[in-house]
Design a protein around this ligand. Sequence first.
Ligand SMILES: *Cc1c(COP(=O)(O)O)cnc(C)c1O
Length: 388
Amino acid sequence: MGKLMDMDNTYVAHTYGRFPIEIKSGIGSLLTDENGKEYIDMGSGIGVTAFGIGDDKWKDAVIEQLGKVQHTSNLYYTDPCAILAKMLCERTGMKKIFFGNSGAEANECAIKAARKYASMKKGAEYFTIITLKNSFHGRTLTTLAATGQEHYHELYQPLTPGFVHVQPGDIEEFKKTAIESKAAGVLIEVIQGEGGVNVMDRDYVKGIEEFCKKNDIVFMVDEVQTGNGRTGKFYGYMNYDVNPDVVTTAKGIGGGLPIGLCMLGEKVKDVFEPGDHGSTFGGNPVCCAGAISIVERIDDDFLDSVNKKGQYIKDELKKAAGVEDVVGLGLMIGIKTSKPASEVVKKCMENGVLCLTAKDKVRLLPALNIPQELLAKAVEIIKEACAN
Ligand SMILES: *Cc1c(COP(=O)(O)O)cnc(C)c1O
């Protein structure tokens, strides 16, 4: 074992099962390890480096802001946070944005918004948040409670109360549970990422929206993974022709710096007052400056290119040996392989391609601007790994 791996294993908390690779540098969709071996990056740091490693426009924006001021606290006004909020509201129709630093924090804000809205509007007994089985919403005690996977819960009881998980796709169960539990809100991923790249049914998502509108329940979409161009639309919910009351995001919007945010729609835009919620680093000017450089490039032409690349991956892999199914939207793709997903990922790694898994699938979340030649090369290596 190398010195770095030794040191990490000794001093870094053992919360991750790392692969035995030391990444030293990278450029675009290529990463280089300590021996100079290159890998095509089909995971982009779990959907974070949306424009690849060391992207020039993002780097320029970050460095420019670093030269001005790196942090001020939320006691004062700074440009990048307000500009980013305006851009996002204008593109999505959402009304106000709360800034935090991670996906979990973005979801915490959404849950607080729904609870405050419902308790003020309907009464304190309306606190329940409905989420879906197999979902993933974060690692804080509250977002773990929201996460519909028992195995994450076991060691950390008691979790925050007031969460109920329903079976994705079963609209009748959702409606019945929403009424019986006096639901404040519902939080869904339109494509479950960690849960196995499970694409929600159009009718189901529309059904949830409709029921929420009718019953004044806060309809929230967790776009931490699906947001910011990943699914071939600006936000994943836009594939479904719905208008959520709350949208959360993180991961790709920061291009690699920590940022998470919660967008509040018309229904809940004024739910928070000064002192209700906050975050020391939230709206950090450097992170927001980087995020602006990401968001401003996700236009319709760019989204077309994301969809084309996603379709290319699907077309190539669907006919490949050892592939049972290919699912997902845009550049969020799950591959059901005949072999265990972990074996395919290992084989790919040996051959210079880094992939992810999600439950029983191989998951691909490449940088949205991955060059076609690199993508083609990666797909060939993935095919080979699935076949042999
Ligand atoms: C990654 C993820 C989260 C958690 O984000 P963190 O930044 O790790 O807190 C929440 N929801 C979804 C859908 C995710 O993919």
